[in-house]
Design a protein around this ligand. Sequence first.
Ligand code: SF4
Ligand code: SF4
Length: 102
Amino acid sequence: MSACTTCGACCASFRVDFSVEETEEQGGPVPDGLWLPLTDHTARLRGTDHSPPRCAALYGRVGERATCGIYEWRPSPCREFEEGSDACHRARQRHGLPALET
Ligand code: SF4
Ligand code: SF4
């Protein structure tokens, strides 16, 4: 089973920006209310630029049981983020979780 089903560290570590074309407002999947306009072309997941960052769509406790509330509708950076990547390890480290064994 993927470590991601309990982890969620990446959803509480990085800014998540994507094209406005992925927003519901413009016919895309990402629900309105969970993103903020950044530029004319770019949107940001709400909460990901807070200090500390935490995506507004993330439910549960990081490292215990964390789930994405919009999994089917999440934007491309979330779809492309790789479990076991350097960024994954950095996110987990930030939350006091061990790097995944690869
Ligand atoms: S930090 Fe890594 S293990 Fe944790 S949810 Fe993100 S991709 Fe999955
Ligand atoms: S949309 Fe889902 S997968 Fe993407 S950062 Fe937020 S909680 Fe994580």
